[in-house]
Structures are given as C-alpha cells and as structure tokens.
Design a protein around this ligand. Sequence first.
Ligand SMILES: N[C@@H]1[C@@H](O)[C@H](O)[C@@H](COP(=O)(O)O)O[C@@H]1O
Length: 259
Amino acid sequence: MEVVIAEQRELTGLAADAVERLVREEPSAVLGLATGSTPMPVYDELVRRHREEGLSFAGARGFLLDEYVGLSRDHPQRYRRVISQEIVERVDWPEEQVLGPDGLAEDLPEACACYEQSIAEAGGIDLQLLGIGADGHVAFNEPGSSLASRTRVKSLTAQTREDNARFFDSPEEVPVHCLTQGLGTISEARHLVLLATGEHKAPAVRQLVEGAISARWPATVLQLHPHVTVLVDEAAASGLELADYYRQAYASKPEWQGI
Ligand SMILES: N[C@@H]1[C@@H](O)[C@H](O)[C@@H](COP(=O)(O)O)O[C@@H]1O
C-alpha cells in the first residue's frame, strides 16, 4: 500500500495521471468509477484532458461501484446518472460502455449476479477509483460486511444516510437500501486508487492504513491487495502514526515509477 500525502490539486493530478496512462496504453481499459464528492475533481480533470489534450474514452469500459435501490432513472442522485453527468457525456465515452448495478430491477439478487458476470466478461477492472465513508465503508460496504462479499443488496447505516442527506432534498429521501460491489469484487480490480480529503475522514483513513483488518472497518480489506494507492490530504492523514515515513518514501520514489 502506497500512501501519498499532498494537496488536493496534486492528488487529483496523480489519480488522473494513473487513469490517463492506462487508457492511452490500453484504449479498451476497464475503469471502476466511484461517486461521492471526493472523486469529482478527478472527473473534471479527465474532462479537461479530453478537451485540451485529446484523451479519449471511446474504447474504454466503465463499471460503477454501487447504486441506490429504487431511485427513478432521472433522479439526480441515481449514481448511474451522476456518472453520466460528471464524466460520460462530457467526453467521447459511449453510454452503453458504462454499466452500474440496476437499482430498479424487479429481481435485485439476479441483477447483482448479472452485474458480477458483466464485470467478469469484460475481463475484470483494471483501475478502480474509490472514496471512503467516515465509518470506513468503501462503495456501500458498511461495517460488518464480509471481506469476501460479492455484489449484493445492503442496508445503509444511519450515519451514511445522514452523510449523504446533503445531496437530497430531505434526509428521509435517502434510500435505505443499495446495491454494491462486494469487498471481494473490489479486491479483484488490478489497481485500487482511494482518495480521501478532510478531517472527518481521518479516523477511517487511520484504520484503513494502520488498523487491524476487520469487518468493523471494511476499507481495511485493502491491506490485503497487492497494488493500492491511498491519496490523502494533510487533514485526512492527520491520524496516521507513520505519516513521516510515508512522506519520506514518496519523496524518494523514482519518477518513472508512477503510482
Ligand atoms: N457510496 C459512496 C461511496 O462510494 C463514497 O466513497 C462515500 C464517501 O463520499 P464522499 O466522497 O462524498 O465523502 O459516499 C458514498 O457512500
């Protein structure tokens, strides 16, 4: 696990560089797309590179991490719609090449199994962008999630519903259920790039990087993955005991290596 502590602008650049390098080398790359507010500057930067530097997504495929259950197709908070608005329709990415779990399916377990199959048929995810919840969730894998879980229906915690209420007109409108890639699903992506900013994420980041692996803090499963990059600002890194070591290791890294 590599931990990079830097200013927001640099973190955004590093995540965008990793996506750009992958897509330029392999135009049919498979990208894992996260929602939440943290990755939005990365999408803006990718859109800029598309417009100004010819970065193309025409051959890429994309898979969302998660989706609310029951939000109508045109609901502004439906994650598939958010991803369309934030990146897909702002670049040259055909909509049909980006999939999310179907939160409107009549048979939700069946929709989850189909989603897993689609990811497998695409050859798996090359680079997965991730955020982290204040309670240590990744995607919508709330505390208690099996570290081996696959895409499935989950219930959101009161804290997550409260945290996400800012995107809805009222807290009661936040759905209680969601579909989410499991921790086992996410762990199969070849490169995980997790972004976290702000002091409210410091306890979760502390556990993610230095805590014991436990379903209590689902993000700790990332410690088992061979290629994880954790991109954090000073505030989110403020609980890390070994912050000086991470800074020193990153500063002395050969430039060619990338993240
Ligand atoms: N399902 C999403 C997660 O994928 C995201 O990581 C988290 C943090 O969001 P934010 O980046 O807005 O803090 O929010 C939601 O719960």
